[in-house]
Ligand binder design. Structure first.
Ligand code: MG
Length: 208
């Protein structure tokens, strides 16, 4: 490993072979903020003839949410909140609607990419909270199932996932579903060489 060459430039192609390199990486990780928050927002329009996907589940309803992918407004907002927490590119930059490969894509793919980027940045998700705004269907009867599924997708306990819903009274957005999400990340500890590889990747991504 080579050392810092200036205040902002790092040489990235180093091997971890010496104790001092582990110490260097440990110091890099512990110098990061211990917590980071992220916020995500998304909206999709209701359209007939397509399934309604929210939080990775298909809910019974006579309309679904349109979009280039499966239109899962909640998973999109969670994805953007995670990316925002690490100051990453947003979901539209990573998965542009102009790219045919994301046509009808399962939005859990977007979420997994964001979670991988969080890990690579040296952080882990502690909890998330969400508020959906839609006139129908009622989310209450499905909130428990959505909470459980989102928690599984994110690899966190179900009691670390908030699922709330409101109706759009006075907003004039009855034909849309809106999702607001906040996430809290905690700095990850260095536990094994795989983590060290992730930190190396993060350093290379952020400093060069
Ligand atoms: Mg979206």
């Amino acid at each position: 490993m080579k050392s810092k060459s200036s205040g902002t430039e790092w040489v990235t192609n180093y091997k971890i072979t010496q104790l001092q390199n582990y110490k260097f990486l440990f110091r890099e990780q512990t110098l990061k903020p211990e917590f980071r928050i992220g916020y995500g927002w998304d909206s999709h329009e209701f359209k007939p003839g397509i399934p309604l996907k929210i939080g990775g589940l298909t809910l019974p309803h006579d309309q679904g949410l349109g979009g280039h992918s499966d239109g899962d407004v909640l998973l999109h907002a969670i994805t953007d909140a995670l990316l925002g927490a690490i100051a990453g590119p947003d979901i539209g930059s990573l998965f542009p609607p102009s790219d045919a490969q994301w046509k009808n894509a399962d939005s859990s793919l977007f979420l997994q990419e964001a979670l991988q980027r969080v890990k690579s940045a040296g952080y882990e998700l502690l909890n998330l909270d969400s508020t959906l705004i839609l006139s129908a269907p009622k989310i209450g009867p499905h909130a428990g199932a959505i909470r459980k599924h989102v928690a599984e997708l994110c690899g966190i306990p179900a009691d670390c996932v908030g699922i709330k819903a409101k109706t759009p009274e006075g907003m004039g957005t009855e034909n849309a579903a809106i999702a607001n999400v906040v996430v809290l990340l905690k700095r990850a500890g260095l536990k094994n060489t795989e983590d060290l590889d992730d930190v190396l990747t993060a350093i290379g991504t952020q400093r060069v």
